[in-house]
Design a protein around this ligand. Structure first.
Ligand code: ZN
Length: 291
């Protein structure tokens, strides 16, 4: 077994066998849990959203605080596995459902990082629960180093929002990728703020340029194998192809497009019945408006 395969087997075994560090749910309260993915690498889930945090001997790196109650629960979860302070909070992209609630970490002295292209958006759409970044980077990448670990932040252009970055733990070969690939699910509702063509391009470029053995997605399952990206890309390619073919055949109204287009190979995916029609309408807009 190669070192890479051994690592993957270990990572999958760890993910499968370790119980969650904590879980709290009473009545209708939001549920959260923390899953250990590798040594010092954890994913925290709050309802359908999740992030990654990385414990090093010089402090903790947190990604995406999500929202104020989630961030408070996350801070407690981190305290259960380490006494190290949170040094950095890295935003995956601009959207409020992933980025609010960082004040609890800011007050404790953490530095916040995002891609520079998030800033114009946050100037247009400020939010009282959003902590603005202390450090931004421009261009394709920035390497965040802390306590012997390297978290690579990589930008692939506008695709979902303006400033989404893929994050890769270099030595551990783990990719944290938000909103691009939710295992076994069609796209979210109307694909808000997604450019489907740029999404397909970005997924392909991430597959080609980054080496990773495991993915932590921003939603649903705690981990997925690397072929998650190709599987998700296949869905969006099939969606755009089917809608494009209907357009070429003369279908012009979105309601008729929704009636005609089917993707039977994805029928078992979460959201197929309710959200595929919304995904189709988003794809229709590309052919109707060039958007
Ligand atoms: Zn988003």
């Amino acid at each position: 077994m190669t070192k890479r395969l051994l690592w993957l087997a270990l990572a999958v075994a760890l993910t499968a066998s370790l119980p969650t560090v904590a879980a709290a749910a009473t009545g209708d309260a939001p549920t959260f849990d923390t899953t250990k993915v590798a040594e010092g690498v954890y994913t925290f889930r709050w309802n359908q959203h999740r992030n990654m945090f990385v414990v090093t001997e010089a402090g903790v790196i947190v990604t995406d605080p999500l929202n104020p109650p989630a961030a408070r629960a996350l801070a407690d979860e981190i305290r259960k596995v380490t006494d190290q302070p949170v040094r950095y909070v890295v935003y995956s992209h601009q959207h409020w459902d992933h980025t609010l609630g960082g004040a609890v970490f800011k007050e404790a002295g953490a530095k916040f990082i995002s891609h520079e292209r998030c800033l114009p958006h946050w100037e247009r759409r400020p939010h009282p629960d959003l902590v603005l970044p202390d450090l931004t980077f421009n261009g394709p990448g920035y390497d965040l180093e802390l306590g012997g670990r390297t978290l690579e932040l990589r930008y692939f252009g506008p695709n979902h929002g303006d400033c989404l970055i893929a994050m890769r733990l270099a030595d551990e070969r783990i990719l944290f990728l938000v909103d691009f690939a939710s295992p076994g699910a069609v796209g979210f509702r109307i694909l808000p703020d997604y450019d489907p063509v740029e999404l397909i391009r970005s997924l392909r470029e991430i597959e080609e340029r980054l080496d990773f053995d495991l993915v932590i997605p921003g939603h649903l399952a705690p981990t997925a194998p690397p072929d998650l990206l190709a599987t998700e890309r296949g869905y969006y390619e099939a969606l755009m192809k089917a809608v494009g073919e209907a357009w070429e055949a003369g279908v012009r109204e979105p309601e008729e497009m929704v009636r005609q287009v089917r993707l039977p190979e994805y029928e078992s995916w979460k959201g197929y019945a309710d959200w595929l029609p919304l995904n189709i309408e988003r794809a229709w807009a590309y052919y109707h408006m060039g958007w």
